[in-house]
Design a protein around this ligand. Structure first.
Ligand SMILES: [Zn+2]
Length: 154
């Protein structure tokens, strides 16, 4: 995998494309150590499973997912069963890669105010369970299967 790299913006890290990526392409394979509890940088991969990067080193590609920022109108999503980050649209070289945190996280360990500035911005990002029925439906093309299971359990 060499389609992305971790880069530094003013005060934070981000992930950018190092080449043009076409819609539907695998951008990154997701790997890490599983835990029962989330933190700010983990990604939810099951009803009670959260993945942590092997290392904190931004140069280490297996840790890259930890640095992908949220957007309410993202250009990628995690295909959790196949442990892959997939392009939702064409992504240009040097363009930042985003995913929608509410497409994997049921209840976020660290909710935050979104500044993505897109027309669809939800402002408060707290996790899938807090979305309106309409927003939940809008995310259906990028939703991790465990969210549907957790939703039915409510
Ligand atoms: Zn937003």
């Amino acid at each position: 995998m060499n389609k992305i790299k971790v880069a530094r913006k003013a005060h934070y890290f981000c992930v950018i494309a190092t080449k043009k990526i076409l819609k539907g392409e695998i951008i990154l394979k997701l790997q890490g150590n599983a835990s029962s509890f989330p933190d700010k940088y983990s990604i939810q991969t099951g009803e009670k499973e959260h993945l942590f990067p092997f290392s904190e080193n931004p140069q280490d590609e297996s840790s890259a997912f930890r640095f992908i920022n949220h957007s309410c109108s993202p250009n990628s999503y995690f295909d959790v069963p196949n442990k892959s980050l997939i392009a939702l649209k064409d992504i240009d070289i040097n363009e930042e890669v985003f995913f929608h945190y509410c497409s994997t996280e049921y209840e976020m360990a660290s909710p935050f105010q979104c500044l993505c500035g897109t027309a669809d911005c939800l402002i408060e990002i707290k996790g899938f369970r807090y979305l309106s029925a309409e927003k939940k439906k809008e995310l259906s093309n990028q939703l991790a299967p465990h969210l549907k299971k957790l939703e039915h359990r409510k």
